[in-house]
Design a protein around this ligand. Structure first.
Ligand code: OGA
Ligand code: MN
Length: 282
C-alpha cells in the first residue's frame, strides 16, 4: 500500500488456529507497519478474543452496556437500534481523530476491530476508517519544533472529549454520570512518546482527547495543540480503509491515530472491538 502504514496479510485463517510463529510474524509486521488487515475472516466473538490475546492482555471497556453477550471483552460499535430505540453498540466511536484509551494512565496498546455489517450505498462502501501515522507526522515536523516538544506534556480528558462531541452535536450516547466522570480522571502524557517496541518517536496529542498542554498559557497552548492536531490530519500520513465484511484489523495506538467516517446515516454498520492494554507512555 502506498501509505507509510497499513499492510494486508494474506494466507492466514484465524479460525484455523495460527501457530505461535504466525503470531510472531504478525507482531513483527504490526510494529513495522502499524496497521494490519486480514481479509475474509470468519470468526466467532471468542475467536476474536483469542486472536487479540496473542498481542497482550485484553482490557474490558467501562461501557459494559455495549459488550457482546457473554464476551464482555468485546465491545459493539454500531448504529443499529434495538426495538426500544437504544443503540446496540457505541454509535459515535471515532468521530474525532483519536487514539484508543489515551484518556487512561495506561492507554490501549493495540485495537482489534472486526467487520460484521458494512454499509453500502449504490455499490459504494461507506463507513471507512482513516488511520494517520503518528511517527511519520512527528518525523515531518521542523527540527526546531521537535526540540521545543521535547519533555512537553499534555492533558488527555475523557470528559472534555464527551463535551467536545456534545458541543458539535455529535454525541450519540448518554452524557457521563458523575460516577463515570470520577472513575476517569484526566491524565497527563508526553506530547511525543517513544514506541515501546521499536523506539520510534510518535506524536501523542489528538483532536479528540487532548484538552491542553501542561504549563503553557491558554492562547499559546491552544495554538500549538491546534497546529499539531491539524498536522496529523494531512493525507500524506494516511491509510484509508474501505471495509469489507470479514475484515479483521489490528492497529498500534502508539503509532497511529484514527477517525471513523460517518457518511452512512442509518444504513446498518456493526463491528466488534477488542482493546489490548498498554504501558504508561514515556
Ligand atoms: C473504535 C473506533 C472506528 C470505526 O472503535 O475505537 O474508533 O470506524 N472505530 O468504527
Ligand atoms: Mn477508536
Amino acid at each position: 500500500m502506498s501509505a507509510p502504514i497499513g499492510v494486508e496479510v494474506e494466507g492466514l485463517d484465524i479460525a484455523a488456529n495460527p501457530t505461535e510463529s504466525d503470531y510472531q510474524f504478525l507482531r513483527d509486521a504490526l510494529h513495522e507497519h502499524s496497521v494490519l488487515i486480514l481479509r475474509d475472516q470468519d470468526i466467532t466473538p471468542q475467536q476474536q478474543c483469542d486472536f487479540a490475546a496473542h498481542f497482550g492482555d485484553l482490557r474490558t471497556s467501562f461501557y459494559n452496556r455495549y459488550g457482546v453477550q457473554d464476551v464482555p471483552a468485546l465491545s459493539i460499535v454500531s448504529n443499529i437500534r434495538r426495538d426500544d430505540g437504544e443503540h446496540i453498540g457505541i454509535a459515535d466511536a471515532g468521530m474525532l481523530w483519536h487514539t484508543d484509551g489515551s484518556y487512561l494512565a495506561s492507554p490501549d496498546m493495540y485495537t482489534v476491530l472486526y467487520g460484521i455489517q458494512i454499509p453500502v450505498r449504490d455499490n459504494t462502501v461507506l463507513g471507512d476508517t482513516v488511520f494517520s501515522s503518528s511517527w511519520a507526522a512527528y518525523s515531518a515536523l521542523p527540527s526546531e519544533l521537535k526540540q521545543r516538544l521535547d519533555g512537553m506534556r499534555a492533558v488527555h480528558s475523557f470528559s472534555a472529549h464527551i463535551e467536545k462531541k456534545q458541543a458539535k452535536g455529535q454525541l450519540k450516547r448518554a452524557p457521563l454520570s458523575a460516577q463515570q466522570r470520577d472513575a476517569l480522571p484526566d491524565v497527563e502524557h508526553p506530547v511525543v512518546r517513544r514506541h515501546p517496541v521499536n523506539g520510534r518517536k510518535c506524536l501523542f496529542v489528538t483532536e479528540g482527547h487532548t484538552s491542553r498542554i501542561v504549563g503553557m498559557d491558554d492562547a499559546e497552548g491552544t495554538e500549538l495543540l491546534k497546529f499539531l492536531t491539524e498536522h496529523v490530519k494531512k493525507p500524506d500520513f494516511h491509510y484509508r480503509h474501505h471495509w469489507r465484511k470479514g475484515d479483521l484489523i489490528i492497529w498500534d495506538n502508539c503509532a497511529v491515530q484514527h477517525l471513523a467516517v460517518f457518511d452512512y446515516g442509518d444504513i446498518p454498520r456493526r463491528l466488534h472491538r477488542a482493546g489490548i492494554a498498554g504501558s504508561v507512555p514515556v
